[in-house]
Design a binder for this molecule. Structure first.
Ligand SMILES: [Zn+2]
Length: 276
């Protein structure tokens, strides 16, 4: 059984926004090593990157403190009894790994950081250390987020929002926040995730597609299948005659041809032990 899972309890609010940023023509023209853009374009893009990495750096500790939910644990238990040939996730948060699964990460992960130019990637912990070394004042403001004076000048106006995101006062985007560059080529670093509209790397896409072609059952959990990279796996499994079921709240792109649909949040749907 090939199983696809995405936790609908998890959100990465910046993903679409950041994807657009890293894909924008202005950004690619404006990387420090390729400065052929107008100065105002460079300033705008550089500021947006600083904004992204400053918030992401500040929120990392809380982000990594989140625990797997019931859906992650349930899927892991099915995986452990040998019912799953391949688990594929669209999530980038490593929650399935923390619950004991070892999924193929179709869209990459925020636990690594990749160079836009040479493709070299490094672990996120190393990147966090590099940011800290380059930005000691930001680091100490982040570390005192719980105990310090939220919103003050000393804390760069950082405030924890109820949803876990970090808000930083607009006036501090232009503070001297330095983003580490690639150690190999000095290129710009981005989260190692596949953004909306980008292609999944071929080797990864092929592995997922082969599993979809060969499986006899395909369970979709917590995905609307709106991204083509996920939808085409389900469509292929269907064309190859696999049994398919979907657990998802709301519409999915495959509703018209998948016979079994359970309209529920994946953390709340009853799960059986027979893997079907
Ligand atoms: Zn590089």
């Amino acid at each position: 059984m090939a199983q696809k899972s995405a936790d609908d309890n998890y959100r990465l609010p910046e993903r679409q926004e950041v994807g657009a940023l890293f894909r924008s023509p202005e950004f690619h023209r404006c990387q420090p090593s390729v400065q052929i853009c107008q100065p105002e374009e460079f300033v705008r893009s550089a500021r947006a990157c600083k904004r992204y990495w400053a918030r992401s750096y500040a929120g990392w500790r809380r982000f990594t403190a989140a625990q797997p939910g019931p859906a992650h644990r349930a899927l892991s238990s099915v995986d452990k009894v040998g019912r799953v040939n391949l688990m594929i996730t669209q999530n980038v948060d490593r929650m399935h790994q923390r619950a004991g699964s070892n999924p193929l990460e179709l869209h990459g992960t925020v636990y690594s950081v990749a160079c836009l130019e040479c493709g070299n990637s490094i672990g996120r912990d190393l990147f966090q250390d590099q940011v800290k070394a380059l930005n000691p004042k930001w680091a100490s403001a982040t570390e005192s987020l719980d105990s310090g004076d939220p919103g003050s000048d000393k804390s760069f106006g950082m405030q924890q929002r109820p949803d876990g995101d970090i808000e930083i006062d607009e006036k501090y985007w232009e503070e001297d926040f330095n983003i580490p560059n690639c150690e190999k080529c000095n290129g710009f670093l981005k989260p190692d995730v596949v953004f909306f509209g980008d292609n999944v790397p071929k080797e990864r896409a092929d592995r997922a597609m082969n599993a979809a072609k060969e499986c006899d059952a395909f369970l979709v959990v917590g995905s609307s299948l709106m991204t083509m990279s996920a939808f085409r796996l389900v469509r292929t499994a269907h064309e190859m005659g696999a049994a398919i079921a979907i657990v998802n709240i709301g519409e999915t792109r495959a509703d018209s041809f998948v016979p079994l649909k359970i309209n529920a949040r994946c953390g709340e749907a009853p799960h059986s032990n027979d893997g079907t």
